[in-house]
Design a protein around this ligand. Structure first.
Ligand code: PHE
Length: 281
């Protein structure tokens, strides 16, 4: 009862205050110009990380767990780091203006994160175990699966006695960590100037359980990127002895992985920055 009495006092005090205020405002506000103070306010939205950055964080977390460190490099590069040191010949089609954005002669927007391999090996002696997430640029016409700006995450491991089997093991372990124990990984022979032997690798499509859907173009597999054993020419360009060291390198398409994780059917959504899209993550 005592608390009830005090609450009633409080209620009366507040009511009096409100009435006094209403009295003092009377006549000062035109009825039409007044507005309803009981309307709910405008809500502000809490910002969050872009889905691509959420995927980068997850990739970094998984590779950290396997002992990889993070390395970074500039987006604007010289053709030495993007091509020459990666054993890519002068007349290679990737160097063409239609594939690469040049800032000026010899200066370009990196077309892949393999540049960071070279920079890291120049700066330290083996063993090297890094991943390098970052933006890349190619002069592609945008469509559902191409964007002139996209994300890659490079991996590099150099030491004595590193094998192709080690590389497969790490990529398979990553795939299972990222997409669960049922995902399958497929390696197909390929060519890259900076690795020998080289592969492209695919993950089984988790959206349809490999039955075939729009995202995997009805073949059950999704191409993730390329990989291979570091070419001795690359070791020579950075001053490593190819007789002593071996290593593997792999790329990773961060956009592809993001699209798979969140079932996004068009890469352009990741770069349009439409808040109605971004709010869903
Ligand atoms: N840099 C290659 C690309 O962008 C991918 C790759 C990375 C291949 C490392 C082999 C080794 O397509």
């Amino acid at each position: 009862p005592a608390a009830g009495a005090r609450l009633n006092q409080l209620k009366k005090k507040l009511t009096d205050l409100i009435e006094a205020k209403a009295e003092s405002l009377k006549g000062r506000i035109e009825p039409e110009a007044s507005f309803d103070y009981t309307l709910p306010g405008r809500r502000s939205f809490v910002g969050r990380r872009h889905p691509l950055m959420q995927t980068v964080e997850r990739i970094v977390h998984i590779f950290r767990g396997m002992g990889f460190a993070i390395a970074t490099g500039p987006d604007i590069e010289t053709d030495f780091y993007n091509f020459d040191a990666l054993n890519t010949p002068e007349n290679h089609p990737a160097r063409d203006l239609s594939d690469t954005f040049y800032v000026e002669k010899g200066i370009l927007l990196r077309t892949h994160t393999s540049t960071v391999q070279v920079r890291t090996m120049q700066a330290q002696k083996p063993p090297v175990r890094i991943i390098s997430p970052g933006r890349c640029y190619r002069s592609d016409t945008p469509d559902a699966s191409h964007s002139p700006v996209f994300f890659q995450c490079e991996g590099l491991y150099v030491d004595r006695n590193v094998t192709f089997g080690d590389m497969k093991g790490v990529i398979i372990a990553f795939a299972k960590e990222m997409f669960g124990p049922d995902v399958k990984v497929r390696f197909r022979p390929h060519f890259f100037p900076f690795t020998e032997p080289s592969v492209e690798y695919d993950f089984s499509c988790m959206l349809c359980g490999s039955k075939g859907c729009r995202v995997c173009k009805y073949n059950g597999w999704l191409e993730i990127s390329g990989a291979g054993m570091v070419d001795p020419e690359v070791f020579m360009a950075v001053g490593y002895d190819p007789e002593e060291y071996t290593g593997y390198a792999f790329g990773m398409g961060v956009d592809r992985i993001t699209m798979l994780r969140y079932r996004i059917g068009d890469i352009r959504l990741l770069y349009d920055n439409d808040v109605r899209f971004l709010r869903q993550f």
